[in-house]
Write a protein that binds this ligand. Sequence first.
Ligand code: GLC
Length: 385
Amino acid sequence: MPTPRVLFVCHTGSISGAELVLLDLVVPWAGQSAFLFEQGPLRQALADRGLNVSVSHSAQSFSGVRRDSSLLKVIPIVSGMVAVIRELIGAARRHDVVYANSQKAFVLSAVAAWLSRRPLIWHLHDIISPAHFGAAQRRIQVFLANRCAVRVIVPSRVAADAFIAEGGRRNLVTVVPNGLDIAPETAAPAEIRRELDLPAGPLIGVFSRLAEWKGQHVVLQALSKISDVHCIIAGSALFGEEAYEERLRAMVRDLDIVNRVQFLGQRSDVPRLMRAMDAVVHPSIDPEPFGRTLVEAMLADVPVIASDAGAASDILEDGKAGTLVRPGDADGLAAAITQVLDRTPAIAEQVRYAETRARSHYGVTQMIDVISALIRGAAAPKAAC
Ligand code: GLC
């Protein structure tokens, strides 16, 4: 069978977890196409991997369509959506398979794939549940998936279960854990800290975009309950969550921990930063669909403390590969931080185990091979929507 022509569709031009996954999985698909709804650094990153990238002429940002938007709030931008769907139909017709890499990309791609009679794969990086989406959004997504997708790829069992619980067809779903390919960082933590001007004492880090459900505020509360521990917060408010960032900055002042917390913004040297930490904290208050940074931290040889919910519990093997705490429990988190920073032999053993587990379970080659096979399967005759 000749190589199928694939159109990868993204709603955003920013690079967050889902886009980092995409950037890895397109590697064997150089020469194929990507279509973005808006400009941003993702465009160049995809082009660097050999994709022909086009950006919607309506260059429409759908960040106004919040996960909890009611239908009414969505109506004013419907005309923009129609324009994008038109462009997508034209692009889909020149390809054999459409691959939507997010929920917003999927909804518009589903309509376009339906009208252009092209098979559609949805890489669903979210947990479809009331915590993340309004009722109308959940119904529309599941209806379109059941009607238009030939495959729904999810990164974890919890994401699969949530899709099925909302009425999604079980036989559509394939669980493909995110895979990471990170060259081992060899510099000594102390050296990295000196170079990046980070504090020398006990230091923890939080790595994810700033969003309330990602739970950075719980770490600040925990920090205020323990002395001497410093914290870096890497990540920025990517999808209209600036108010939350303001709230975090105000909390730091109110809790009087200004000189123990540094906001680093979006970083491209995360593995290096992680290696310099005494612990990485992953504090999501809602279940995480996957949590790439958990695996990054495991690969960086650093103890991980994470909320016991969603995919984190599986990735950390129910506590064997990291320390699990109750989501949103600042006291529990403070106690866990204190315990982990003691770096007992048990924690050192946990870190060794986590590194081995990350390498054996979350390799990038594994992910790329499975997804490439799914794309080829979708392109086979008869697969169309
Ligand atoms: C989304 C999810 C995160 C996951 C990433 C890649 O950002 O919130 O859990 O790691 O997608 O799948």
